[in-house]
Ligand binder design. Structure first.
Ligand SMILES: [Zn+2]
Ligand SMILES: [Zn+2]
Ligand SMILES: [Zn+2]
Length: 340
């Protein structure tokens, strides 16, 4: 069974997951010759665990063809939901929880070779609807503190199957990166009564140097201190802390802007492997009203796209400082000029 251990020195969580050793190695599974056996293709529903959510034609039975998006538990989960959340250790030095949580796969399309940026707007919207439904479902569980949606596209980005899919992990703790974002936003809000990201965006829009595109209330932005070359954020212009509060009209706008960003990145960088990460608010359902209001007003959700062109090496691991050879202003200019 996996275990969540807290690193008291570096103040972050790690998942020790011996079961993940059984997982097929990325390099073999992504091999073209195995595509006939792809468990995510339509018609191969029996090769995955039973679905937890799907969008398909009305009257369709679960785990049969006729779906547009399908969500299934990960066959090799980092965390499991069929156990009770328990503390395994608790002392000054050693804190750990059993591996309670949810780990699911969103099969974004029934079509094998159909990347996100080639899809129709309503097909991208289907994916957002599925993500949204699952976030809402996980946040009904009071033991869940944070949900992370992420996608690994391309071998070098960590994909173990080439069929387009993303993953969603619901955790009983708030991980380090979103926690830091929430903490700094909170501190800024307490002092200034404004959202930090809203204020940053205001200045960014005025200067325009790092803005790639601004459309329908969404912005494609290369952040000032981008950690990676062409690190790209998609962010709503109006303040909103929680992605799952979006409605269909906003999903449509979001689908246009995401497609726009990915087309630009793909065209300019010639189909790089990339990761996609959604940073939304933590589970607000079970915290006190005062704290909930602060998070609602201070945190600003966003989607981060990271092209995997550089590899973290000794310096990055040793310092936490990434060396980014491409200034975000230059990246923004290159992406702005891409003709779609
Ligand atoms: Zn497939
Ligand atoms: Zn904001
Ligand atoms: Zn973020």
């Amino acid at each position: 069974m996996s275990e969540l251990r807290f690193d008291q020195i570096r103040k972050r969580w790690v998942i020790i997951a011996p079961e993940r050793r059984k997982r097929p190695f990325a390099i073999c599974r992504i091999d073209e010759s195995e595509e006939g056996e792809c468990p995510f293709c339509e018609g191969k529903e029996n090769l995955t665990p039973p679905e937890t959510f799907a969008i398909g034609f009305s009257g369709r039975k679960p785990d049969t063809p006729g779906w547009r998006v399908r969500v299934v538990p990960n066959k090799f989960p980092a965390l499991k939901s069929d156990i009770n959340l328990t503390k395994l250790h608790e002392s000054d030095y050693f804190l750990s929880l059993n591996g309670f949580g949810y780990h699911e796969v969103i099969i974004e399309t029934p079509v094998h070779n159909y990347p996100l940026w080639e899809r129709k707007i309503d097909e991208i919207m289907d994916m957002f609807v599925a993500i949204n439904e699952r976030i809402k479902f996980f946040y009904k569980d009071r033991k869940i503190k944070y949900v992370l949606l992420f996608g690994n596209y391309g071998k070098a980005a960590g994909a173990s199957l080439s069929h387009p899919h993303s993953q969603i992990v619901a955790l009983p703790t708030i991980p380090e990166i979103p926690k830091n974002e929430m903490d700094s936003s909170r501190k800024y809000y307490i002092k200034n009564k404004r959202c930090l990201i809203c204020n940053i965006l205001k200045e960014e829009i005025e200067s325009g140097a790092r803005i790639v595109e601004r459309r329908n209330g969404f912005i494609i932005w290369e952040p000032f201190a981008s950690s990676f070359p062409f690190e790209t954020w998609i962010i709503p212009e109006n303040h909103e802390c929680d992605f799952s509060n979006l409605n269909n009209i906003e999903f449509e706008k979001m689908a246009f802007i995401l497609k726009d960003a990915l087309l630009r990145i793909n065209k300019f960088l010639k189909s790089p492997p990339f990761n996609l990460v959604l940073h939304t608010s933590c589970n607000l359902n079970y915290i006190n009203k005062k704290e909930r209001d602060i998070i609602k007003k201070s945190y600003h959700w966003h989607l981060e796209i990271i092209s995997r062109m550089t590899q973290a090496a000794g310096f990055e691991w040793g310092t936490g400082i990434n060396i980014n050879p491409i200034p975000p202003e230059e990246a923004a200019e290159c992406l702005r000029e891409v003709k779609l």
